[in-house]
Structures are given as C-alpha cells and as structure tokens.
Design a protein around this ligand. Sequence first.
Ligand SMILES: Nc1ncnc2c1ncn2[C@@H]1O[C@H](COP(=O)(O)OP(=O)(O)OP(=O)(O)O)[C@@H](O)[C@H]1O
Ligand SMILES: O=P(O)(O)OC[C@@]1(O)O[C@H](CO)[C@@H](O)[C@@H]1O
Length: 329
Amino acid sequence: MKPSPLPVVTVTLNPAIDQTVVVDGMTLGEVHRASSVQSNAGGKGVNVASCLADWSVPVIATGILGGGNPGPFEALFSAKTIRDLFVRVPGETRTNIKIADPTRNETTDINLPGPVADDAALERVKAVLNETVSPDSLVVLAGSLPAGLPDETLARLSAALRGRGARVVLDTSGAPLKAALSAPAENLPFCVKPNQHELEEWAGKPLPRREDLLAAAAALQASGIAVVVVSLGAEGALFVTKDQVLKGRSEPVETLSTVGAGDAMVAGLVAAFRDDAPLEDVARLSIAFAAAKLGRIGPHLPDAEEVQRLARAVVVTELPAGRDLKQQA
Ligand SMILES: Nc1ncnc2c1ncn2[C@@H]1O[C@H](COP(=O)(O)OP(=O)(O)OP(=O)(O)O)[C@@H](O)[C@H]1O
Ligand SMILES: O=P(O)(O)OC[C@@]1(O)O[C@H](CO)[C@@H](O)[C@@H]1O
C-alpha cells in the first residue's frame, strides 16, 4: 500500500533533556557508582519524531522549547532531518533524570518541572499547526503540560485538529488525559495509548485483571476512539477497535533503558496508520518499534531489517471482542 506523503506532525508542549544514569543494582538510600551517564533530547513527542525519522517517515516537530538550551534538540533534528518548528520561549527546557538499572530491567524516572508557558506561546504553536496540518495529516499530541497551560489544552488542540480532518494520536497522562477523553465523541482523538496506570486513572479504579483492562479499553473505544492501545510494559500491549481485540508481545529482548519505549510504540502505531495497515500489522510494528528501542538509551531504532525481523517475531493473539467486555467496564 502507498504510504501517505504527508509529514507526521508531533507536538511536545513540555519537552525534556533526559539525563540517563546507568546504575547496576539501584537501591534507594544507598550510595552508588554510575557505570555511565548519557544526555539526550527527549520528551514524548520528540521521541516519537526521532523514531519515525529512523523509519524514514518525514516529520515536523513542534511544541514549546526553552530558548536557553536548544542545542541537544537542534542537533537531533538536524542529524535526523526532522523539520524543527518548535516555538522558542525564554528560559531553559527542563532536565529529567532517568536511573536505568540493567540488572533489574527497570528504570526510575524523576521528571522535573520545566519553564512556565503562556497563552502567547500556545498561540504560536497553534499557528504552526494551522500552517502544517491538512485533512488526512497524522498529528501526535504527547507528554505532560508545562505549568501555565490549563488541563484542557490537549483536549482543545485535539478537537481543533479533528475539525480540520486530521487523525490525532494522543499519549498523555493525568488531568490532561482525562480532559481529552471526556470530550464529545466528535472531538475525540483517533487513537489513544494509555499504559495500565493511565487507563486506571481514566477509569477511576484499579484494573487488576486482564478482563478489567479489556473492559475499560473497550468502553473507551466505544466512547468514540477508533483505536485504543493499552501498553503493559514487559507484558506487551492490547489493541482494541470496534471489530477486533488483539494482544501482542515481543520476543524477549535485551533491555538497556525502558525510557521512551511507549513513545517508540506510538511511532510504530503512526507508521502503520500512515499505511492504513490492518490491526495485526499495527500491533506487530508498534511492538517491534518498542522492543527495538529497549536496547538503546535515547529514542533511536536500529536498521529497518532488524525492526522488520522483530515485527515478524511478535506473538499476536486474537481475543474475543464485543459487548460483554464493554458491559464489564
Ligand atoms: N521490559 C520490557 N520488556 C519487553 N517489552 C517492553 C518492556 N518495557 C516496555 N516494553 C514494550 O514497550 C511498550 C511500551 O512500554 P510501557 O507500557 O512501559 O509504556 P509507557 O509506560 O508509555 O512508557 P514510557 O512512558 O516510559 O515511554 C510495551 O507495550 C512493550 O511492548
Ligand atoms: O513529564 P512527561 O511529559 O509526562 O514525560 C517526559 C518523559 O518522561 O517522557 C519521555 C519518555 O516517555 C522522556 O523523554 C521524558 O523525560
């Protein structure tokens, strides 16, 4: 199938420079010697853009960037030919600390607050979107909001983009996620990718069993979202549409850092949506992108052959779809 020639647009309103410290056997309250430290441009939409560029998808990256320290972002965008339409504001983009423990396959995130944003900065981002988004564009709205912007910011952007005919893929958390998912059906995103914790926040209750997760995902889908993807860390992910429910899981892979695995997954979803791929291929590609990223620090994919090999190795299982699941929500 011929992929859409339109560039994908990613929006990151609260990007970050990720400082990843590798510590074997991390224990709270103890003294550790780091085996390495690495710094890279990050934030959810930036990571999605970076993985898409590795997959040779044309990408525009926008959002709000501190004008005081744009170097790592500009270097990434230039190295990967990502069109940089970030709005620069006074101040410095935040630094987030990531403690990666390879012996436990675990990463601990300490995300710091970034510069305060205002309406003027958001208006400039909207102007970029007005210029770059056309009907049939795929737009990724990802990550948290900077202080200064209301919780409804992503809900409003999603509604406006949908009004222009774009397909919105949303990956956020907490109050901004709740606000975006409470919108009227005609304003909802095309796809949302909560992890288990984010889905529980939306549902307002713990979802301990697979049936609970499936029921909540099906209820979310039925509210008017074409594709609901629930990522479950090492357990893989659930993919729910009106007609189908799939569970996918990658072959075991070596893990250096889980930071950005969800963003790589979103990039894989978008890459597959661009090709209007069937749901099984959406599941294979998105799980392969996530698995491919795990062996690296930073939002990078290996060559396309390796990603395709991982996609073929993804185990996809069809689960029963239908009203029963929604009734349990
Ligand atoms: N330890 C792991 N082993 C194998 N696959 C993993 C592991 N962690 C993550 N993945 C893969 O990455 C996908 C996304 O991971 P996860 O559910 O942790 O997303 P997330 O919470 O949004 O992550 P983040 O916000 O750190 O990017 C999973 O669905 C799975 O396919
Ligand atoms: O604070 P947010 O915006 O929710 O998440 C930010 C962040 O943890 O997300 C990416 C990993 O998904 C990292 O690059 C970045 O540090």
